[in-house]
Write a protein that binds this ligand. Sequence first.
Ligand SMILES: [Zn+2]
Length: 452
Amino acid sequence: MNAGLTGVGDSCKPLGEAMLIKNATVLSLAGSTVERADLRIERGFITARGRKLKAGTGEKTLDLSGRYVMPGMVCGHTHLYSALARGMPAPKRTPRNFYEILKYVWWTLDRALDDEAVYYSTLVGLLDAVRCGTTTLIDHHASPSFIRGSLGTMGEAFEKVGLRGVLCYEVTDRNGMRGAKLGLEENETWVTKNRGPMCGGLIGAHASFTLSNESLSACAELAEGLKAGVHIHVAEDPCDQADCTRKYGMRLIDRLAEAGVLGPKTILGHGTHLDKASLDIAKNAGCWFAHNPRSNMNNAVGYAPVQQMGKRVALGTDGIGGDMFEEVKFAWFKARDGRNGLGIGDVVGFLTGAQSLASMLLDTRLGVLDVGYAADLVVLDYPTPTAVTPQNLYGHLIFGMSSQFVTDVMVNGRWVVKSCRVVGVDEEKIRAEAQRVARKVWQRFQKMPPKG
Ligand SMILES: [Zn+2]
């Protein structure tokens, strides 16, 4: 159905080779603009944008004949380790609440992951994401049976597909002191080596209710020492605040502030049950919030007060795939259903927020297709019966466009998807291998005694 770019240009362009993309209809979600333009790409960046740019000597030219081009999507919060959970056998007990979902599903599954499972889980998650036009993912990883080296294994999968990633290992006390220590070390190793622009890192922390004061402070100290942020789940369910009140006699946000977790590079996952005063404390500290509407609905934990979170909100999937076209639709429908007063531009702002967040964390410029920005772009073969204009672009995004129209994807100046195929990888072989690995993971999952 999708035409793609068959027969035009090379399948995989090495960095450094210049390329001229002609006659693109360039969409910008950040400013809601729709403009016919040519783009020159060199060394992974856009170096010229304008009408009727002339090809230089030896410069490859690609004529898009008006096809739509938009900046690569960014997923602001995900868990690639869950990619092999699709269709998994039911847990030993049917979870009755959020805590039991963690205990019987995710905290059992993550212990069933080994090196091979982490690799294939990441790889198939990335293949799915990039086919949807997602070029950067901010991940929060857990594999307690394979901690040391787990982020490096994930990094190999990112490199193979050619995507950008901000990774962290979730430090928690639920696997004992040794597990927490190894988690801290894994974050330190990864963050020290990966400072962008393709891979970066944060200090991962699970959530207040699985972290002692010592472990929480250790995360904050490590982050401060490495000039990184902390990536932590906050008040996803009321149980997080209730635990904090019971054990420490204080508000959750005050506990995080006291430990030194809050700051402009820190991501607070969900914030579903933070009150206005807590949100203000986080906002004043410059924190980012990751909003994951599909996950919140799926776990029945409630609707986050996104209308009070300010401008630093990044849309994420929380492990429900990597399709940001899909997630933003749900974000909008949930906002409508929740009658929180947000406009369509506010909700699209969560998507562009994720691009701004990733730009900061990877020390590069994402989310706009203009001179000086990274050449991360998505080509859409979008057959619309109505014109796409700056005034109705957001309407097209919510009610018309979807990942099924993504034909080609470029990251860092290199085509990673061409004509709906991921470049340089044998997708069928990888998926077959992933199914073999998933069967082993599921067997271990079924034998694993629940813990937590
Ligand atoms: Zn999460």
